[in-house]
Design a protein around this ligand. Structure first.
Ligand code: 2AM
Ligand code: CA
Length: 274
C-alpha cells in the first residue's frame, strides 16, 4: 500500500485475514474430496507420496496470492511457486498437505501450513488441522491463537516429566544423527509420541499438548509456520545442535518448551554431549 509519500507499508492485518479465509476454503475442498477417489503418485519412493489434492491445494493458494499480492514470492512443496533462493521481500512458504501419508491412510492428522516471512523474519504463521477444523494462527508480537482462543505462554518443564514427539526412525541407526544419542533421551523422557505431520506436532507443542518435537529431516515448508507459532508462545526452535533454523534450507529440527529445549540440546543432542 503506497501512502503517497513513496513509502510502501504492508497491510499485514489484511494478509492475516485473507490467509485464514483461504485456508478454511482450501480445507473445505479437502474435506469434500474424501468422497472422491484419490490419485496417488510416488515422488522419490513408496514413503514419499503426493496426491491430486496436494497439487490442487497448492495451486489454489498460488492463484489467490498471485492475484492479490503479485509482488510476493511463493515457496511451495509441490513446486508450482517460485524458485526462492534469497530471503528478500515477502515470501509465502506453503505446505498444502503436511502429513500426506496420514491423509492417504487415515484421512486425519494432516494440516495446511503457511508461514509468511518478510526480509527473512517470520511475520505470520498459520496451521490448519483440516479434519478437526482447528486453525492455529499467530502474528509476530501479537500472540498465538487456536481459532479465537489465545494460547498461553509455555512454561518450563524437566526431562522426566516431558512428552516429546519423534519418529521411531530416528531411534535406530540412521545417517542423520550419531546413533547413540537418542536412546538415553527416550529412556529419560516420560513418553514419546509420533503423529506423522510436522505441522500438527508443532502446534501441539505451541498449545502445550506435547512438550517437544524432534525430527532429523524437514524442509522449510514443514517448519516455516510452526516456528513462528512456537516462538510466539515462548517456545524454543533450533536444529539439533541448538543453532537457528535457516528458512531456505532442509534441516534437523528440535522445538520445545523453554528450559526443556536447552536441557535436551546440551545433555542429549549435541554431538559433544556424549
Ligand atoms: P509431508 O507429509 O508434507 O511430506 C513426517 O513424515 C513429517 O516429515 C511430515 O511432516 C512430512 O511432510 C515430513 N517429511 C517426510 N519425508 C520428508 C523428507 N524426505 N524431507 C522433508 N520432510 C519430510
Ligand atoms: Ca506436503
Amino acid at each position: 500500500m503506497d501512502k503517497g509519500d513513496g513509502l510502501v507499508t504492508i497491510a499485514w492485518e489484511e494478509i492475516y485475514y485473507n490467509t485464514q479465509k483461504w485456508m478454511r476454503e482450501a480445507g473445505e475442498q479437502i474435506r469434500a474430496s474424501f468422497a472422491d477417489t484419490l490419485t496417488i503418485d510416488y515422488k522419490l519412493d513408496a514413503s514419499d507420496l503426493v496426491t491430486n489434492m496436494d497439487k490442487q491445494t497448492e495451486q489454489f493458494f498460488i492463484e489467490k496470492i498471485n492475484e492479490t499480492y503479485p509482488e510476493h514470492r511463493i515457496m511451495g512443496e509441490e513446486g508450482y511457486g517460485d524458485v526462492v533462493e534469497t530471503v528478500n521481500g515477502t515470501i509465502w512458504i506453503i505446505d498444502p498437505i503436511d502429513g500426506t501419508v496420514n491423509f492417504v491412510h487415515m484421512k486425519r492428522h494432516f494440516a495446511i501450513s503457511i508461514g509468511i516471512y518478510h526480509e527473512g523474519e517470520g511475520v505470520i504463521g498459520m496451521i490448519y488441522d483440516v479434519v478437526n477444523d482447528e486453525l492455529y494462527h499467530a502474528q509476530k508480537g501479537k500472540g498465538a491463537f487456536v481459532d479465537d482462543q489465545k494460547l498461553p505462554m509455555l512454561e518450563e518443564i524437566k526431562v522426566d516429566s516431558a512428552v516429546v514427539s519423534m519418529n521411531a526412525a530416528w531411534a535406530i541407526p540412521n545417517r542423520l544423527i550419531e546413533p547413540q544419542l537418542i536412546p538415553p533421551l527416550v529412556n529419560d523422557l516420560r513418553g514419546t509420541r509420533s503423529i506423522g505431520s510436522a505441522a500438527i506436532e508443532m502446534v501441539y507443542v505451541a498449545s502445550g499438548k506435547i512438550d517437544g518435537y524432534l525430527t532429523l529431516r524437514l524442509s522449510p515448508w514443514d517448519f516455516a509456520a510452526g516456528k513462528i507459532l512456537i516462538e510466539e508462545v515462548g517456545g524454543k526452535t533450533s536444529n539439533v545442535n541448538g543453532e537457528p533454523l535457516n528458512i531456505l534450507e532442509k534441516s534437523t529440527v528440535f522445538v520445545a518448551k523453554p528450559g526443556l529445549h536447552e536441557q535436551i540440546v546440551n545433555n542429549y543432542l549435541k554431538k559433544e554431549s556424549k
